[in-house]
Design a protein around this ligand. Structure first.
Ligand SMILES: [Zn+2]
Length: 737
């Protein structure tokens, strides 16, 4: 598998004078499938594939017989061979009446049979459990002399689809733990030297950040850390002796040790990758028969100037920050990555490219990046990358999951294929009579992002694109195509579910944008003489979305694990307006100092728009970073109220904490204020609730101005992985009744 691969050789020639063979016909076959006496697992599996699909196509079962000493002319010989430069390579040849499939000693035999089934007989597996197998009374083959092998030695399209072993083989994919040791794929610093066991006694093993030792990362210049990591690996390797790849890589936190020793190395190497590579090289020297894998990710993406990775060190280079609307090589915004891949390509023997091809915060949202998949993979290969981890749709129902996986799998085998013909083949096969309408949707969506070339980020919400490829006019076009598509397959339940699942992202984007523009033409509500009224088509869409999720078995809508059930319930809560009897509704709010413009554009009217902030901090919350502040609401006249409310959000992983305290004051004239009450939470805040409501009772007191004096925690608490970092306060919906 890890033998160096040089060039792709794909030859397809017909041997002259060879008339081809008839594998089955008229309900019978003269053939037998021949494998060795003691077959390798892949030889047996390849034979099983051939037998199974010949039977599905023709109704004829060809027997599988062991033994290659002697065999009749009418035989299909399937045999492993070490003669292939790539262990997944294969050849298919006819000699007289015999068909021979030779395969490299990883999975070459299986891939030879799959090639035969796809290319010669038109069989397809588009998704786990969804295959197209043509019925054929006669199975004939022309004379064949085919050889093929993949351009890339390791091809992993990460996601739920490869849980299905048959699908994995049809797409010729590798999975994580074929080669990596269990538990040692990535982010292993804490596995090697756990803070839970060491931090109290030896804080100096851990990263120094802002003058404080924190558990984020290890201090990689500390010799004890190196010793403990090597000892741990030794004992783990004894438990998994067959595994070649072991990860020694940074935790998934974007910070690193800045102690005196580490900073010295960083300066010498011109990159925080310096201490990482020096550390990993020392580990790798202890294990010459293994490959030690490490990350070039976020802060460590830039190659070191002095130290080269050892020959048995694998560099996992990650594209996480990049724009996806343009091919990386052509996009000036990705210039620093291009520099990094060239630099690493010069000094590293193994580069393992970790690419990201979907929206991780909004799996079920349109993400038009199909046009960059091929040029990006071509560019990686051009820079000596032959090991690929394409992190794609991780669960059922995500945007174009099946088609993206299908296309990327084929591109990893051969980056020069005609990608458009693969897309056409997939859409026709997977959507049947609905294909022309799905194609219209696909082409329109892709065409719209090409018009703007705007930044397509793997974490942005649909609202980012609400004026471009998700504009009102575009969404209406998309929904129109899906209406036609549904109509075309209304009597074919399996295809109808494919269409409805494909529509989920458009529905999701529509509903999310409507939350952001609650009372506009695109919102959940329309203004009637009697007040605000929920739009019925929107309510129906939520129901339809939820029903399709259940039918299709969708389990998650985001990387953090949002379930369709939670999404449905929280959307219902969100559209339950707080307008009736709310004296603060649409009243003016001022703040000193003003909030950050990063969230809800810093627009204070969100605080009195009648809509409560969602559990997602990007939806209807207004935030202040690392400061105390004051909010004032003018109710426009002196009145008597029973309750005054405001809410705050808690999301430590996004550095958002409840205020340390909230004081409520009231005034008739806006000059003289009297305090009404104070709620104190303090600065520690472990295991708080996601949304906290502060309630104050101005019993019988006249009030026009309501003021909140808010004390923020300002910094992440000591227990936080990024202790000391600047923390936020997020507030929403002032309700006065
Ligand atoms: Zn250090």
């Amino acid at each position: 598998m890890w033998r160096i691969l040089v060039v792709l050789i794909a030859v397809l020639t017909a041997c002259t004078g060879n008339t081809g063979i008839r594998l089955a016909g008229g309900g019978k076959s003269a053939y037998e499938i021949r494998i060795p006496d003691n077959p390798a697992a892949q030889e047996e599996r390849a034979a099983w594939f051939l037998q199974t699909y010949v039977k599905k196509m023709s109704g004829v079962e060809i027997p599988i017989i062991k033994g290659l000493e002697s065999f009749p002319d009418h035989s299909v010989v399937i045999r492993e061979s070490v003669s292939f430069a790539n262990t997944d390579g294969f050849s298919i040849t006819t000699t007289g009446k015999r068909l021979t499939i030779l395969g490299g000693d990883h999975k070459g035999c299986i891939y030879g049979v799959i090639n035969l089934l796809e290319k010669q007989f038109g069989c397809r597996m588009y998704a786990p459990g969804f295959e197209v197998v043509p019925k054929k009374a006669k199975l004939k083959l022309p004379a064949l002399n085919i050889a093929d092998q993949p351009v890339n030695v390791y091809r992993n399209v990460f996601g739920w689809l490869t849980d299905d072993k048959d699908y994995q083989d049809w797409q010729r994919l590798d999975v994580m733990y074929d080669f990596f040791a269990e538990g040692y794929y990535v982010h292993t610093m804490n596995t090697l030297v756990p803070w839970q066991e060491n931090f109290k006694k030896h804080p100096e093993y851990f990263a120094e950040i802002n003058g404080q030792r924190v558990i984020d990362q290890l201090c990689l210049t500390n010799p004890d850390v190196l010793r403990i990591a090597i000892e741990k690996l030794k004992s783990e390797m004894a438990k998994q002796p067959g595994k070649i790849l072991w990860s020694v890589s940074q935790n998934d936190v974007n910070s690193y040790c800045q102690c005196k020793n580490c900073m010295k190395v960083i300066e010498e190497e011109g990159s925080p990758a310096g201490p990482v590579i020096r550390f990993v090289n020392q580990v790798a020297a202890q294990f010459p028969d293994k490959i030690i894998s490490t990350l070039a990710y976020q802060y460590s993406r830039q190659a070191p100037k002095v130290t080269k990775p050892a020959d048995n060190v694998q560099i996992m280079l990650c594209t996480i920050e990049l724009n996806r609307s343009q091919p990386i090589a052509e996009d000036p915004r990705s210039a620093s990555f291009m520099q990094d891949i060239v630099d690493w390509g010069r000094i590293a023997k193994h580069i393992y490219l970790w690419d990201y091809t979907v929206n991780f915060n909004h799996f079920t949202s349109p993400f038009p990046n199909f046009h960059v998949l091929q040029p990006n993979i071509q560019m990686f290969v051009k820079n000596n990358v032959f090991e690929h981890f394409q992190q794609s749709n991780t669960d059922i129902g995500h945007e174009f999951s099946e088609m993206k996986s299908y296309l990327i799998s084929r591109l990893l085998w051969n980056p020069e294929i005609n990608a458009d013909s693969v897309i056409t083949d997939f859409i026709n096969g997977y959507f049947g009579p609905a294909a022309p309408f799905i194609r219209n949707y696909f082409d329109t969506l892709q065409g719209e992002i090409l018009k703007t070339g705007e930044w397509l980020f793997i974490y942005d919400p649909p609202t980012t694109y609400q004026n471009t490829f998700l504009s009102e006019a575009n969404i209406n076009r998309y929904l129109g195509y899906f209406g036609q598509a549904r109509e075309a397959v209304k009597d074919q339940p399996e295809l109808l579910l494919h269409v409805k699942t494909c529509e989920l992202p458009v529905q999701y984007a529509t509903m999310e944008i409507a939350k952001n523009q609650m009372f506009s033409g695109r919102g959940w509500f329309e203004q009637k003489d009697t007040g605000y009224e929920l739009r019925k088509p929107m309510r129906d869409m939520l129901e339809d979305f939820y029903t399709t999720c259940k039918e299709a078995g969708v389990r998650t809508l985001s990387e953090s694990g949002l379930t369709p059930e939670n999404y449905y319930q929280s959307t219902l809560r969100f559209i339950d307006l707080k307008i009736e009897g709310n004296l603060a509704f649409k009243k003016k709010v001022t703040a000193e100092p003003a909030p950050s413009d990063k969230y809800s554009s810093g627009d204070l009217s969100y605080l009195t728009n009648g809509v409560k902030g969602a559990t997602d901090y990007r939806v209807h919350w207004v935030g202040w970073e690392a400061r105390d502040f004051t909010l004032t609401v003018d109710l426009e006249r002196v009145l008597h109220a029973d309750t005054i409310q405001i809410s705050s959000l808690y999301n430590p992983s996004a550095w958002i904490f409840h205020p340390a305290s909230v004081t409520c004051l009231i005034s008739e004239d806006g000059a003289a204020y009297q305090p009404l009450g104070k709620e104190t939470l303090g600065f520690d805040q472990r295991a708080e609730q996601t949304i906290r409501v502060y309630q104050f009772l101005p019993v019988k007191k006249p009030v026009r101005f309501v003021r909140f004096d808010v004390t923020g925690t300002k910094h992440n608490p000591a227990w936080h992985p990024s202790a000391g970092g600047d923390s936020w306060v997020f507030l929403d919906e002032v309700i006065v009744k």
